[in-house]
Ligand binder design. Sequence first.
Ligand code: NAP
Length: 279
Amino acid sequence: MKKLYAVLGDPIGHSMSPVMLNDLFSFYQIDAHYLPFQVKAEDLGSAVKGLKAIGAGGFNVTIPHKSNIIPFLDGVDELAASIGAVNTVVNEDGSLIGYNTDGPGFLKGINTIVPRVSEQRILLIGAGGAARAIYFTMAKEKPIVLDIANRTLETAAKLIEDCPYDSLSRALSLNEASENIGEYDLIIQTTMIGMSPKMAEQPINLGNLRKQSIVCDIIYNPLETQFLHAAALDGARIQNGVDMFVYQGALAFEKWTGIFPDVQRMRNNVLVQLGGNPC
Ligand code: NAP
């Protein structure tokens, strides 16, 4: 019998996950289908109950439900519990267990160009939900330095305080980060500055950037934000948010099926959906 997989969010119309994951189910000849469901916050509990009752194999959870979903699940793994957000749920013999593949997805993507995060001085820009998943996952890897710069300094300080994994971290203002940018090997931009309607803006100035630095932006639409454009002009190696998106999906697919999928195939699928060129 065909298994149901889903993504719950609000809004959900622009999600690229259904096309990306249905392509994988058909490529690996798995009798399953992945559907998007727009679910309001007040209906989240009943939606989860319904998916459990009909024996769905699992589902993704996206904005705005990543934290609110937790009380409706039967269990949550250690990393997702510490982050306080779930983006992937697996039906394990009738129990719905929550995981977070956003942080590990980012790590797998960055590992393609930085194999050992433990040898890096890292600056994370932003302290929202995505930054939290990335910070906790990176902290586990024990980098030399893992600083956070954010518009609201207290949010960055709170994120560092909440993290159960020790790391050498400072909370910085965006101006301080700009001044100190030359200290870092890896810079990760996680705010929404660079997306519409702030496409012409960047969160910090890269004037003092070192040419050998690696600069990531987790935004994937546009494929090259103003921030990445400026970093590339300064000679830095850049990575956009497609890698994080693809790897978080690959890790979810692996949890559901036991197969780690063809990531290049997924990347091409996403690039076509974004109107870019497959490579
Ligand atoms: P969020 O929880 O709302 O966090 C937003 C962050 O942006 C906060 O640090 C906030 O700072 C900062 N910010 C917002 N407006 C700002 C401004 N005008 N000036 C300076 N800082 C500003 O959002 P999120 O869920 O973490 O998502 C952030 C971005 O990541 C989005 O663009 C999203 O599309 C992207 N994302 C990508 C992936 C992927 O797979 N590639 C996955 C998840 C998210 P304050 O604390 O001061 O408000």
